[in-house]
Design a protein around this ligand. Structure first.
Ligand SMILES: O=P(O)(O)OC[C@H]1O[C@H](O[C@H]2O[C@H](CO)[C@@H](O)[C@H](O)[C@H]2O)[C@H](O)[C@@H](O)[C@@H]1O
Length: 269
């Protein structure tokens, strides 16, 4: 599958509205940071604006829509920030889920938890001398934030992160990998789980013929876009602009509201 520039959604508004209206139901999966919440310097300050929460609640209450929030954040953190009951959540890129009130953790990720903790401890020491680094231990994965690191020091951080992860893997622990994101390096167990698998699983759990929609902004969201591009009924929408496997794109995070209105108009009339 080739990645291309996606069509601006508002140029194809009618087509998208028709597709959404023709579907018997929609599985509406939404990324958090950069999609439901604007990107901010401090990861702890990320918050979902009330008008978006209102729309998520309206879609949750619609019979032919299932809402899921699919994020790189830890599940508990994600649920607290979104604070909407009765929807599905997938945290840590789908390694942990809460669906229909039940929490589950991928067994292979559970086994890697101690290794992630050890890598975080080592990185705390090895990166202590670099200004601006923040390490977010998310239990099953970890994020090294470089947004506040001087540009010229980022390659050094990158190097230390990759070396530390490689060293831990070579020491016989569970395999781990480093993935890029917006001003972050994500450390994850090397298992066959990502946002693509999360979106696929949510679609499989929905009634037959419901169409999966995914909205996201970051490079890890490409896993979900690729999954949807492989399905005839999938609709991927990128927030922002870059080479992508998504079908359509929105200008920025503020446009997500209108997309959710489009889903509501098509399904919740
Ligand atoms: O899958 P997502 O919901 O998009 O989560 C991805 C990462 O989001 C957070 O980091 C990002 O947002 C921060 C707040 O706006 C920003 O400061 C940071 O630069 C972004 O990369 C979160 O902190 C990470 O744990 C998530 O993996």
């Amino acid at each position: 599958m080739q990645t291309t520039d996606a069509t601006p959604l508002w140029l194809a508004r009618e087509t998208v509205a028709d597709r959404l209206a023709a579907a018997p139901g929609v599985v509406c999966s939404l990324d958090f940071d950069g999609t439901l919440a604007p990107i901010v310097d401090d990861p702890d300050a990320a918050a979902m604006p009330p008008p978006l929460r209102e729309r998520v609640v309206a879609l949750r209450d619609c019979e032919s829509v299932r809402v899921a929030v699919v994020s790189g954040r830890e599940l508990a953190d994600l649920r607290e920030r979104v604070a909407v009951e009765g929807i599905a959540y997938a945290g840590n890129h789908g390694l942990e889920r809460r669906v229909d009130g039940r929490r589950s953790v991928a067994p292979d990720a559970r086994r890697g938890r101690d290794a992630v903790a050890r890598v975080c401890d080592r990185l705390d020491d090895r990166l202590a001398h670099v200004p601006g680094v923040e390490i977010e231990d998310k239990d099953l994965t970890a994020t090294v934030h470089v947004r506040d690191v001087p540009d010229e020091r980022v390659p050094e951080v990158e190097h230390i992160v990759r070396d530390t992860v490689e060293e831990a893997t070579n020491a016989g622990g569970p395999g781990m990998e480093v993935r890029d994101g917006k001003a972050i390096r994500e450390i994850r167990p090397a298992v066959d789980r990502d946002k693509g698998r999360a979106v696929e699983q949510l679609a499989d759990e929905a009634p037959d013929d419901w169409h999966p929609l995914y909205v996201g902004d970051d490079v890890t969201d490409e896993d979900a876009f690729r999954e949807l591009a492989d399905r005839e009924d999938g609709l991927g929408v990128l927030v922002g602009e870059r080479e992508t496997a998504a079908d359509y794109r929105l200008g920025d995070q503020r446009d997500v509201r209108e997309l959710l209105d489009l889903v509501a108009d098509a399904q919740c009339g």
